[in-house]
Design a protein around this ligand. Structure first.
Ligand SMILES: Nc1nc2c(ncn2[C@@H]2O[C@H](COP(=O)(O)OP(=O)(O)OP(=O)(O)O)[C@@H](O)[C@H]2O)c(=O)[nH]1
Ligand SMILES: [Mg+2]
Length: 465
């Protein structure tokens, strides 16, 4: 009797079967998430037959991407990412940047491609990759660490933080009112509301005056759509170590609201954000922090540590424990790298790699692949050289937003490691906001980038192989 014929074609077809990848785009407010997603979508939509757009995304360079389209999400609870509006804003005259994000939205992109391997090609022709990408206000990310903190823990940590450094002088009005309404006094909803408003004004001052970013809870500065805004009416209160809120006290009222905020607002958001996440890109605006000075730089580092500590890759990851995320590739990216010329971009990459050394190690131990890069989602400048005091220096050339003429901008030298104390004496020249490049009405026409293709190859290359 002849042995049964091994039917290997269906087997191979299964190897190349349709696949969905969920990409979490993570980053603090203003890090460049919306610009990244817009450029990713626009460049992939226009990549078919134009390998020069994304030369380092192998599947695109090898002309294996056959078709790309946006699809409407099956998840009716999530608003779609407004790709067309965003591109229309960039394509306006003069081109403008899309506004800061105020809610969670999702982009679904379907790529049909020819698999790379001969066997896979024999098995079934084209394969399909659906990419799901989520965009949200960066401030909300700062609520992730709250999920594993009690109200008293959070209060203590926050009060420790605000009594130090650049924050301390801004606490006055809030602290004065707090002194008149102690934690163990009788619960008073009116006073709680007032305390919340004063704390919120304090957070806003930290952001606008000191350019700090570790500002919790995230929704205090960017509430989004909330059915019940009274959920937000709390603030941290002083607690002795080991003390508990007495029933009927102000602290008990604040604690109940803090817990409800976590349960009703924070948890469902992260559940949506993290469900089945496979890949993650963490965007960091390192240049802005360098620009803003020592306390802003240290603060960004603290905020990153706090978020990445909560993200912890691997089995003990909070996201995995709570929501089943299984992230196997993480890319850390320093954004807006078109503010500095080519050589400085290598410095920027090295500086970021240095800042995320600890989470990189943890992710590696958890068998995730990790890398760091510098990128510009939407390149607004070109490189040039100038002579300053008889020395040749590299500059970038671009049109500042609202300006009439292009400027030649010398950004200073980006340090490759977190700068020592002396560095901060001579701060960077204030970085201009460059006007986005003029693009055609077709998605992505002229939307140039730096290293977007390398980032995509790292994040998606295996799924397009
Ligand atoms: N030159 C340059 N500027 C950029 C680039 N990406 C973002 N920017 C600037 O950074 C600003 C913020 O970028 P967004 O993409 O809106 O940031 P976000 O992370 O979505 O911020 P939120 O929605 O507030 O969380 C933009 O308005 C631009 O001014 C880039 O690649 N190059
Ligand atoms: Mg945004």
């Amino acid at each position: 009797m002849r042995p049964p014929r091994l039917d290997w074609l269906p087997l191979l077809a299964r190897l190349t079967q349709d696949r969905t990848l969920r990409l979490a785009v993570t980053g603090l407010s203003g890090a460049g998430k919306t610009a990244f997603i817009t450029s990713l979508v626009a460049n992939l939509l226009s990549a078919v037959g134009r390998p020069a757009r994304l030369p380092f995304l192998r599947a695109a360079a090898e002309r294996r991407i056959i078709a790309t389209r946006l699809s409407t999400s099956a998840d009716a609870a999530l608003a779609p990412f407004p790709v067309h509006d965003t591109i229309a804003t960039l394509a306006a005259d003069p081109p403008r940047w899309p506004p800061s994000t105020t809610d969670l939205r999702r982009a679904d992109l379907v790529l049909r491609f020819t698999p790379a391997g001969l066997l896979a090609r024999l098995a079934g022709g084209a394969a399909k990759l659906t990419l799901e990408i989520l965009d949200y206000p960066g401030e909300w990310l700062l609520d992730l660490p709250l999920l594993r903190q009690s109200y008293s823990d959070w209060s203590r940590t926050t009060l420790d933080l605000v009594r130090r450094g650049a924050r301390a002088p801004l606490t006055r009005d809030w602290f004065d009112f707090l002194a008149r309404h102690p934690a163990d006094g009788a619960a008073d909803p009116e006073a709680a509301h007032q305390l919340h408003e004063l704390y919120r004004a304090f957070l806003a001052a930290c952001r606008t005056r000191e350019r700090l970013c570790l500002l919790q809870p995230g929704r205090f500065l960017n509430p989004g759509r909330l059915d019940d805004p009274s959920l937000l009416r709390f603030c941290p209160m002083p607690f002795a170590v080991g003390a508990r809120a007495r029933e009927g006290s102000m602290a008990a009222l604040m604690e109940a609201r803090f817990d409800a905020y976590k349960r009703i607002v924070v948890r469902p958001f992260f559940a949506q954000l993290a469900r089945r996440v496979d890949r993650q890109i963490v965007l960091v605006d390192v240049l802005r922090a360098l620009n803003a000075g020592e306390s802003a730089f240290d603060d960004q580092r603290l905020a990153l540590e706090s978020i990445l500590g909560a993200f912890r890759f691997g089995r003990r990851s909070l996201l995995r424990l709570l929501f089943g995320a299984r992230i196997d590739r993480v890319l850390f990216a320093a954004t807006k790298a078109d503010h500095v010329p080519a050589l400085q971009r290598d410095h920027l990459e090295a500086l970021l790699a240095n800042l995320v050394a600890a989470p990189t190690l943890r992710a590696g131990q958890a068998h995730a692949r990790v890398a760091a890069t510098a990128l510009a989602s939407i390149r607004c400048t070109e490189d040039g050289t100038d002579v300053i005091d008889g020395r040749k220096v590299d500059v970038v050339i671009g049109l500042p937003e609202g300006g009439a003429r292009r400027i030649r901008f010398f950004p200073g030298i980006v340090p490759v490691a977190p700068p020592p104390a002396g560095f901060w004496g001579e701060r960077f020249t204030e970085f201009p906001v460059f006007q986005p490049p003029r693009i055609g009405p077709v998605a992505g026409d002229g939307l140039s980038h730096i290293n977007l293709d390398k980032a995509l190859d790292f994040l998606l290359g295996d799924a397009l192989a």
